[in-house]
Design a protein around this ligand. Structure first.
Ligand code: NAG
Ligand code: NAG
Ligand code: NAG
Ligand code: NAG
Ligand code: NAG
Length: 945
């Protein structure tokens, strides 16, 4: 299934003029010129004949102006009146038939309908499309015969009708396709003989007619085509005749593949085929000797197996620099020239089993070629696992490890375009040694730098065809590692319009699936297609605008809150820093700090984190935790930020938040003094089997931390997005009460502007911890409180399972989704939880998974999360009678009246129960007991076909 799509924002109409002026973005669309009425009628007829559009990709095909209204997949051109020039509806899963009116799209150059389920026959009216260059109908359910009228398409460059059920003969009129370079008609039911007329094609490069029911005589006229590189006719039943001798003179040939074609006679003399790389004549009835003339120097592969060849394997095979495979098995060959067996090395292979004269009593040096099991020809490989220095599942869906960095152990994820392709007729059998070259070939073709394009995996399929997944990354020279719509579209078009030049080694390529990065949809689908397209444009406009707006707000907010802004000099003059009075927060001297920590002795070390090192310290007020910043930014901005942070924290009081006691800014140090948490981090407690946490404590920790985070989001002034929620940042006191810590990377939440409007995100640099990162945040850099909700969901999964977010190379979120889908939630449950209650644990898992939904808008708010956790808690404690907790939501006494009102409002203001997990099935071991509505969410199904 194709999901990424097309909005048709091309050409003059619908031009997007994006103007940002003082933070206000204005959006103008030029008045669209009307579409040529005949084109409109043709598209409407096409739409009508499409019986089913299961992905609603054509939902915005409404009105009378396809060009002006940006119908999905329609590209237009022209001055004044607009003409349809390209139609890209590939992979839309369309059903139905092709309307004859398509023949009225007079100016169309590309008709791309690949990978749908269109049936019926190809209308003969397509023969009218004089401008047509690419007719791409492969991968459908087309039947009927090829219309002879297609032969009129003298501008046709590429005709792909492969993988359909088309029958009847290849029309002789195809000999008039004077511009055609690619005739791909394999995997149909074509019968009759290959018309000799094709020999007139002046520029044909690739003729693929394998896997049909062709018969008759192979026309020797094909050898007249001086540009012909590939003849692939495998699996047809030709007349039992020799290979036309003329083919031996077709010196442009790179590949000749005639497997299982009912051929008789001798192997053609290939000594004049100087460019030949790949010869497959296997499974025929060829007899006689293997020619002993010179062998094309670039030969990689020769497959002559399953014939009745006799005589020796000549010495000429002994010196081939690119050799990969000589497959002569199942013949009647007599011996192997010793020079040949000696030349076979690690990267090449000789197969002679099934040749009785050689293998019944093989010479010692030959016996290894007689074992059918010995083949080491590659089947495929997954290269993403080769970044041994990085955990394999470190990246979120829609991202990949930046290969150049990952190779050095710098495990940075970035948004990625994934492109599934197939080489239809490669000139080799072993891809491994071409990888580097292939990557640079693709990056060159795409006009990107070499590190941006990598092959993630590949495998060989029938044909043999090589299926591979290409990952394309944004340029690392940009500050923001992301793609924009235009870049993605450009890359898509280079594949969909075959703009990347063919290569003699790799042969023809076909596009299977194009997966856009999260948040970029080339072809939006859905019933609201049209308005969504419009919406998407508005977002493009307003992100830029909002970023400026937010930036300005942040600037003013910081200035205002930090004022009077302490100057760098002022801050650095250590002896005077006590002037920086912050209410309720103590300022310590460096001597006090050193005394408290035995000069920051390693014995006092509690841990290390993103902020720096944490020491245990003893002060007059008792035990404390002292955080010492590493990589301090002692620029004015850095110090201002630190100071702002302290001011901010000084106003944050909640029993589920670790309390800041004081700070020290002497001598360029940046130290924060916190209350000491005797119970350590939640992460450590989950990992230690010594004093395992029981379910009740876990539920209590979950709700406690949720209280803390909710306070940050809803009651703190200004609101705070934590940005680094993780189990290592949830600390436990001696009574296992949870407190959220480490506001080191926290940021102010968006603040309403002067008109009271709230920007819905803050655009910022990604910080956080792998495994906990909201995928959406990572990709868009748009920070919302839903990013914390995601990370908290991961923490809940850890509470549930005891596992780390990334464990044994697995991603906890994914594992949990899978376990949940399979209804096998027990398998993931922490075995340390002894007396579990499946009802409550299942509910906990559902809350956790809903928090981890990929799309922020489908995640619950923190208030909703807390409410559910409270419900689970009270339900559990009610059952177990262990608790004397009150049955109302416990609002902390530290809230002011106003805050309390706010929290109550957010807790009760829930119009619908929004819990949904992204799994499409919902089975838990105790499904009926869950009190949540499980909304089926077919949302972001990026792709699979
Ligand atoms: C479209 O086709 C018509 C008829 O063939 C031709 O007159 C016109 O110039 C073409 N327009 C464009 C923009 O190619
Ligand atoms: C095209 O090819 C066919 C058969 O080769 C021939 O009869 C016909 O005259 C050619 N010309 C056109 C314009 O169709
Ligand atoms: C083409 O047909 C052959 C024989 O039926 C099959 O093995 C092969 O998988 C098909 N190839 C494609 C690309 O569908
Ligand atoms: C062999 O391959 C190389 C590299 O692709 C190419 O440059 C050369 O022209 C080829 N040689 C012949 C004789 O075709
Ligand atoms: C390759 O491995 C990665 C990580 O193990 C996995 O996510 C991916 O699905 C694999 N790809 C293929 C094509 O098997």
């Amino acid at each position: 299934m194709w999901v990424s799509c097309w909005r048709g924002m091309e050409g003059l109409r619908g031009v997007l003029c994006l103007c940002s002026l003082l933070g206000i973005s204005l959006l103008f669309g030029t008045v669209a010129a009307a579409t040529n009425p005949a084109d409109t009628a043709a598209l409407k007829a096409f739409h009508n004949s499409i019986g089913n559009d299961p992905l609603s990709k054509l939902a915005n095909w409404k009105g009378d102006d396809p060009c002006g209204n940006n119908w999905n997949g329609v590209l237009c051109g022209g001055n004044g009146v607009q003409y349809v020039e390209e139609l890209h509806v590939l992979g839309f899963d369309l059903e139905g038939s092709l309307a004859p009116e398509l023949g009225d799209l007079t100016n169309v150059t590309i008709l791309d309908l690949m990978w749908n389920s269109i049936s019926g026959s190809i209308p003969s009216t397509l023969g009218k499309l004089q401008n047509l260059q690419l007719l791409l109908l492969n991968g459908n359910k087309l039947t009927g015969q090829l219309p002879m009228e297609l032969g009129r398409l003298t501008n046709m460059n590429r005709l792909q009708i492969d993988e359909n059920q088309i029958s009847g003969p290849i029309p002789p009129t195809f000999g008039n396709l004077s511009s055609v370079k690619h005739l791909h008609m394999n995997n149909n039911s074509l019968n009759g003989s290959i018309p000799p007329d094709l020999g007139r094609l002046p520029v044909l490069k690739h003729l693929l007619v394998d896997n049909n029911k062709l018969s008759g005589i192979l026309p020797s006229e094909l050898a007249n085509i001086s540009t012909l590189q590939i003849i692939q006719v495998d699996n047809n039943q030709f007349d039992p005749l020799p290979i036309p001798p003329a083919y031996a003179n077709c010196s442009s040939l790179l590949k000749l593949s005639m497997r299982n074609c009912n051929l008789y006679g001798s192997v053609l003399d290939f000594s004049s085929l100087v460019n030949l790389e790949y010869l497959d004549l296997s499974s025929n009835h060829l007899y006689g000797m293997i020619p002993n003339g010179s062998i094309p120097v670039n030969l990689t592969t020769m497959i002559l197996s399953n014939n009745v060849l006799t005589g020796p394997i000549p010495a000429s095979f002994g010196n081939l620099p690119n050799l990969e495979l000589l497959d002569f098995h199942n013949n009647n060959l007599s011996d192997i020239d010793p020079g040949v067996s000696a030349a076979i090395h690690n990267s090449s292979e000789l197969r002679v089993y099934g040749n009785p004269k050689i293998c019944d009593t093989p010479a010692p040096q030959d016996s290894k070629f007689c074992s059918p099991q010995n083949s080491n020809i590659e089947k495929g490989t997954n290269l993403t696992s080769s970044f041994a220095l990085c955990k394999p599942d470190i990246c979120q869906a829609g991202q990949g490890l930046l290969p150049t960095l990952a190779a050095q152990g710098n495990c940075q994820c970035a948004p990625v375009i994934r492109i599934d392709c197939r080489l239809k007729s490669p000139g080799f059998v072993s891809f491994d040694k071409y990888l580097q070259d292939f990557q640079s070939y693709m990056s060159k073709g795409l006009n990107l730098s070499v590190g941006q394009v990598t092959v993630e995996s590949y495998n060989w399929g029938a044909g043999p065809r090589l299926h591979f997944v290409l990952a394309v990354f944004p340029s690392t020279t940009q500050t923001h590692l992301s793609f924009n719509y235009q870049e993605v579209k450009a890359i898509f078009l280079q594949f969909a319009s075959w703009e990347i030049p063919d290569s003699p080694v790799y042969g023809p390529r076909e596009l299977l699936v194009f997966i856009t990065p999260n948040g970029i949809d080339l072809f939006p689908s859905g019933n609201a297609g049209r308005s969504r397209a419009a919406f998407a444009r508005i977002i493009i406009g307003s992100i830029a605008g909002t970023a400026i707006l937010v930036g300005a707000l942040m600037f003013f907010t910081l200035r205002r809150r930090a004022s009077p802004s302490p100057s760098r000099k002022h801050l650095l003059s250590s002896t005077h820093n006590k002037e920086l009075k912050i209410e309720g927060i103590r300022s310590f001297s460096l001597q006090e700090m050193e005394a408290a920590t035995d000069n920051f002795s390693d014995k006092k070390l509690l841990g290390k984190g993103g902020f720096g090192t944490v020491y245990e310290g003893m002060l007059d007020i008792g035990e404390v935790a002292i955080k010492r910043a590493k990589d301090k930014d002692i620029s004015e901005e850095g110090l201002t930020e630190f100071y702002t942070e302290i001011q901010l924290l000084s106003r944050v009081h909640h029993k589920n938040l670790v309390k800041l006691i004081g700070y020290c800014m002497d001598d360029g140090e940046q130290l924060l003094v916190y209350e000491y948490m005797a119970g350590g981090t939640l992460r450590d407690r989950l990992s230690s089997s010594e004093r395992p946490l029981d379910l009740k404590t876990r539920l209590s920790i979950a709700r406690g931390s949720a209280h803390g985070i909710l306070y940050l989001h809803n009651a703190a002034d200004p609101p705070i997005i934590h940005r680094d929620i993780k189990a290592a940042n949830i600390l436990l006191d001696e009574k296992n009460e949870a407190k959220v810590s480490d506001f080191g990377v926290s940021r102010l939440a968006p603040v309403p502007d002067l008109d009271g409007l709230l920007p819905d995100h803050v655009s910022t640099v990604v910080k956080g911890t792998p495994g906990y990162l909201d995928p959406e945040y990572f990709l868009t850099r748009q920070l919302t409180d839903k990013s914390d909700v995601y990370s908290f969901g991961v923490v809940l999964l850890e509470i549930f399972s005891g596992q780390h977010p990334i464990f044994n190379g697995k991603n906890l979120v994914r594992e949990a989704r899978m376990a949940y889908k399979k209804g096998d939630t027990i398998s993931l449950l922490d075995p340390n939880i002894k007396n579990y209650a499946s009802k409550e644990t299942d509910q906990l898992l559902i809350v956790a998974l809903s928090c981890c939904n990929d799309q922020p808008e489908t995640r619950p708010s923190m208030a909703e999360v807390l409410r559910s956790l409270e419900n689970i808690w009270h339900q559990y404690c009610g059952f177990n009678r262990h608790s004397n907790e009150s049955s109302v939501v416990d609002i902390d006494s530290n809230y002011t009246e106003e805050q309390r009102a706010k929290i109550y409002a957010s807790l009760t203001d829930t119009t619908t129960s929004t819990f949904s997990t992204e799994s499409t099935t919902s089975s838990t071991s105790n499904r009926d007991s869950t009190s949540f509505t499980q909304k089926r969410n077919f949302g972001r199904s990026l792709s699979s076909r």
